[in-house]
Design a protein. Structure first.
Length: 324
């Protein structure tokens, strides 16, 4: 065995993989696992080294494309070291089938709870087609809170529930020609969706929910008011992680939401849209995940008494925990 270890270290052009005549073991990734901890815990020995070799573990599990991102439920194949043979680098290590293992494996669902806090800045441009009048409302920093619960019930699919609350704080009519009836308004939204995980770096969310938005209306020649309307919405959101370094990662997301006709006190709106793009950075700690995010969005939705569109930018900091 000592000669074999020397051969492995001295042959950089050959990929030396030790495979067993006995059948391999299969380990199912759990919520807080990393490949390094699995290697150190399960793979000590002549093949994997004194502390377990992450590189050799990856060699024998070619289906893992990103060593820094693994999902609960992923199968890790662990080979014994009792009897072995050399395999050239050109030969792909074949993953054993479930039937060869003679076991039926179950996925252990893992849930994630995320809490986020942040601020949004926005402006609403309104146009009254009847009176040919315009108004622009500009916000102050408007605080928001978001709660998100995600349940991974397979490596490819997960369900998601979210709730958000924002306190819109209006600074002033940008034209300073009109006054607002009040300065703060509460906005809430809830949504339920399904995530399709295409890979560890890509996922798409399909969602439906209810949201509340503000609609401007002229009370008289010098004063405008903000009315509240609620609608049923649905849309898509795609997330892509484009860089990963150890426990840190960065990526972007983009979403498009169809806004259903909003219903308010004495009025209704036409359908509209909301589009948003964001960038994020994440850092995985020992017991939680830290995320910082920035976003830019725009939406447009008209009523019988006014046409309006809005733009907003936002920042948020979130913490998430895993539960089995």
């Amino acid at each position: 065995m000592g000669k074999l270890k020397k051969l492995i270290k001295s042959s950089p052009l050959l990929l030396v993989t030790l495979m067993v005549e006995a059948q391999p073991l299969t380990y199912i990734v759990k919520g807080k696992d990393t490949l390094s901890t699995i290697a150190k815990r399960s793979l000590k020995g002549a093949l994997y080294g004194k502390n377990g070799s992450l590189n050799k573990l990856l060699t024998l599990n070619s289906h893992i494309k990103n060593k820094n991102l693994i999902f609960p439920g992923t199968k890790i194949y662990i080979f014994s070291v009792e009897k072995a043979q050399r395999v050239p680098a050109s030969e792909e290590v074949q993953k054993p089938s479930d039937t060869s293992l003679g076991v039926i494996e179950e996925h252990n669902p893992t849930s994630h709870l995320k809490v986020g806090l942040g601020y949004d800045y926005f402006n609403i441009d309104a146009y009254d087609p009847e009176n040919k009048d315009t108004a622009t409302v500009v916000s102050e920093a408007s605080p928001k809170i978001g709660l998100n619960w995600n349940l991974e019930w397979s490596k490819d699919w997960s369900s998601e529930f979210s709730f958000s609350y924002r306190q819109d704080r209006i600074a002033v009519d940008a034209d300073s020609a009109k006054k607002l009836d009040k300065k703060t308004y509460a906005r809430t939204a809830v949504a339920f969706g399904l995530n399709r995980h295409w890979s560890s770096e890509n996922k798409t969310l399909f969602f439906v929910g209810r949201s509340e938005r503000g609609f401007l209306k002229a009370k008289n020649a010098t004063e405008i008011e903000m009315l509240s309307g609620t609608s049923t919405d649905f849309g898509l959101k795609h997330e892509k992680i484009f860089i990963t370094r150890n426990t840190a990662s960065a990526g972007f997301d983009a979403s498009y939401t169809y806004l259903g006709a909003a219903q308010g006190a004495g009025f209704s709106s036409d359908p509209g849209y909301y589009a948003q793009a964001g960038i994020f950075m994440r850092h995985k700690m020992k017991s939680f995940l830290l995320e910082a995010r920035g976003s830019y969005g725009m939406w447009e939705q008209n009523t019988s008494f006014i046409d309006q569109k809005a733009k907003e930018i936002g920042t948020a900091l979130a913490v998430s925990w895993d539960f089995e």
